[in-house]
Design a protein around this ligand. Structure first.
Ligand SMILES: O=C[C@H](O)COP(=O)(O)O
Length: 254
């Protein structure tokens, strides 16, 4: 039985004051015995502060990205070992916002996947099609290509202990979530695609859904057998909404 993971991606939002209030809100809303993994990914500059605010709670610390180098003359970069040292456990890579605005390629993202595994961190690999690709019937081909880049670089075993977040780009921040049936169909495709190489790896890999998940639609999404939690953007900035999504995952996956 896979343990679902609900992860909040704060993106470029927040301040010290907001981080303090949001973590305090989450700590009071969430039980310490959750049967669901919970993680939050604040902006890099607040990671250490948030880590201290989280002390003693079961909420894990995530980062929103990582550099591919471990040290050296790479101005502006943050390494996997640095993230690990300050207590990060999960790292989002390949988010569509980085693929689009930073022109990150599938191969570059696979390199990031590799450095995270090497450092003992959990990669949260975001994949998903754009609206145009969706309308052109390319959803499966895009997801397969984005997964295959990792398999080709590192082998399918790299997905042991890893997380995939299926995020249709057209659903991100639009309020237009995929329907539970639409999301389930793609999640099943992703799991089957990995199973063609290794059934055991496919069975354990966590596949989150992301894209306009909120406290109203989460419960129904989580009833789907291949949806193992969510990567939440906007709704993760409100303690009550994020906590409700966590509770929905706990209920659905009991
Ligand atoms: O990483 C999170 C996703 O991009 C989803 O964002 P959203 O929940 O604001 O649509």
């Amino acid at each position: 039985m896979r343990k679902p993971l609900v992860m909040g991606n704060w993106k470029l939002n927040g301040s010290i004051g907001m981080a303090k209030d949001l973590v305090a809100g989450l700590r009071s809303e969430l039980s310490t015995e959750a049967n669901c993994g919970i993680a939050i990914a604040p902006p890099t500059v607040y990671l250490d502060f948030v880590k201290h605010q989280l002390g003693g709670s079961n909420i894990l610390l995530g980062a929103q990205d990582v550099g591919v180098h471990l040290s050296g003359a790479y101005t502006g970069e943050v390494s996997a070992t640095m993230l690990k040292e300050i207590g990060v456990t999960h790292v989002i890579i390949g988010h569509s916002e980085r693929r689009t605005y930073h022109k990150e390629s599938d191969e570059f993202i696979a390199q990031k996947f590799g450095v995270l595994k090497e450092a003992g961190l959990v990669p949260v690999l975001c994949i998903g099609e754009t609206e145009a690709e969706n309308e052109a019937g390319q959803t499966q081909a895009v997801c397969a290509r984005q997964i295959d880049a990792v398999i080709n670089a590192l082998g399918v075993q790299a997905f042991n202990g890893a997380v995939i977040a299926y995020e249709p780009v057209w659903a991100i921040g639009t309020g237009k979530s995929a329907t539970p049936a639409q999301a389930q169909a793609v999640h099943k495709f992703i799991r089957d695609h990995i199973a063609k190489q290794d059934a055991a790896v496919a069975k354990q890999v966590i596949i989150q859904y992301g894209g306009s998940v909120n406290d109203k639609n989460a419960a129904e999404l989580f009833t789907q057998p291949d949806i193992d939690g969510a990567l939440v953007g906007g709704a993760s900035l409100k303690a009550d909404a994020f906590a409700a999504i966590v509770r929905a995952a706990e209920q659905a996956k009991k």
